[in-house]
Each structure stands twice: as C-alpha cells, then as structure tokens.
Design a protein around this ligand. Structure first.
Ligand code: 13P
Length: 264
C-alpha cells in the first residue's frame, strides 16, 4: 500500500526566521502517529538551519533543484554532494518554473534525475501541461512525452525510486484547481507509462502526486482518488496550520483507503 505524502515547496519565499518558525511548528505537530509522510523543501540557503531544526523529526528535508554535476566551475549551482551535508533526502526536479523561467529541457531533467539517483536522493519529478495544451485536448499526450523523456534510460530499479508530481501549469499559483477526476485521469496514465517501462508491481509502488493550488478547502476532493498519492504544495505550505490540515486530510484518505481499498 502506497503511503500518502505531502510535500511543501517553499519556493523563493520566507526569510530565515519565518522559515525556522514554520519548521518548528511543523516539527511540533508531525510525529510517529501522523498517517501521511511529510517533507519540506526550503530555499538552498536555509537548508542548514532547517536541517538542524528537523533533526530527529519525522519530516523529510528536500531541495528545490540540483546541478547534474558534482563539482567544478559552475557558478551559482548547487552540487548533490553539498546537499548530502544537510541530510537532504529528496530533490524537486523539472518543476515547471525551472522549465519555463530557467529554460531547463527534458534532457537536463533526465540528467538531473540520474545524478539524484546516483547520490541516493528521491527525485520528485515534476510534469504538467500548459492551458493551451489542455484546451487543445493534448494534455495526456504532452505529459506522457514529458514522463518518457524524464525517465529515459532509467532501469526498473531506478524508476521505482521516483516520486512523480503532476502539476498542470495553469493550476500553479492561480487558484484554479484541476478537478480530482481530471488529475486522476492523467495520474493513471502516468502510472501506465511507468508500468510499461518497469512492471505492474513497480508501477503500483511509485507515488504520483498532484500539485497546483492545493488548499485545505479543495484537497479532500483530490485526495479521495486512489491513484493520487498526495500533494506537492506551494502557497499553502507556507502557513503551518494550512499545511498541517493537508497532512491530516492525506492521513484520513490513507486510513479510508485501508478500510475500503480502491473505493474510487
Ligand atoms: P501552488 O500550490 O502555490 O499552486 O504551487 C504549486 C507548486 O508549484 C508546487 O510545486
């Protein structure tokens, strides 16, 4: 049974004391009884401070990006070896903001996923279409190609180590949420692509999340779908109360799926 996970992507938000305050609040509430897994991805410059706070907690630390190189003349980049020093377990790779604002290509993303796996990070591999692609009825085809490009040449064992996040670009930071039904449809398709490239068993173990304007007042409708294994959350991850509500909604969904497997 896949465990639900809620991942906070803090993006380029919060100052040091705000980030520390948020981490302390989350640490105080997330414990061994929490039914969903929890991770936060602060800015690089706060990884050290947040890592110290989260030590001994049940919250995973993630980074928002990573170089595909280990060291060298790459001004401004952050190496996987540097992330290791701060107990980072996960790395967001291929976020649409990296693709659109920083021109990262499918090839860059594939290289980063391979580097992340080499260094035993869990890649949180993001994919998702623009509004015009959805309106042209090409969302499935587009996301399928993105996924295939991202996992190109990965072994089955490597594919099993991924977390995939479906984040339709038109839903990110816009307040427009993809309906649970539509998100589940794409997520099922992604699971099918993974199955074709690995095995049924592996595809049933890989977690696939939804991201895009996730809030406590809309997440119940999303997380009830059995193929949706959690959320990658931007804005709503910046407030402890709101983020913890999402964690508890995911925990409830996990409990329900255990008592009524494959209900939706
Ligand atoms: P919002 O939750 O702010 O829409 O951001 C989603 C996202 O991009 C998470 O990676």
């Amino acid at each position: 049974m896949r465990k639900k996970i809620i991942i906070g992507n803090w993006k380029m938000n919060l100052n040091l004391s705000e980030a520390q305050d948020l981490a302390f609040k989350l640490k105080g509430e997330v414990n061994t009884k929490t039914l969903a897994e929890v991770a936060v991805c602060p800015s690089f410059v706060y990884l050290s401070a947040i890592s110290n706070i989260l030590k001994g907690s049940n919250i995973y630390l993630g980074a928002q990006n990573m170089s595909n190189q280990e060291s060298g003349a790459f001004t401004g980049e952050i190496s996987p070896l540097m992330l290791k020093d701060f107990n980072v377990k996960m790395v967001i790779i291929g976020h649409s903001e990296r693709r659109q604002v920083f021109n990262e290509t499918d090839e860059d993303i594939n290289a980063k996923i391979k580097t992340a796996l080499k260094h035993e990070f869990t890649p949180i591999f993001c994919c998702g279409e623009e509004l015009k692609t959805r309106e042209a009825n090409k969302a499935e085809e587009f996301v399928k190609n993105q996924v295939l490009a991202g996992i190109k040449d990965l072994s089955k064992e490597q594919i099993e180590k991924l977390i995939v996040a479906y984040e339709p670009i038109w839903a990110i930071g816009t307040g427009k949420v993809c309906s649970g039904e539509d998100a589940n449809k794409i997520i099922k398709m992604i699971r099918n692509v993974i199955k074709e490239k690995s095995s049924v068993d592996i595809s049933e173990r890989v977690r696939i999340l939804y991201g895009g304007s996730v809030k406590s007042d809309n997440f119940n409708e999303t997380i009830k779908y059995s193929d949706i294994d959690g959320g990658l959350v931007g804005g709503a991850s910046l407030k402890a109360d709101e983020f913890l509500k999402l964690v508890s909604l995911a925990g409830n969904a996990h409990e329900q799926s255990q008592s009524h497997p494959a209900s939706v």
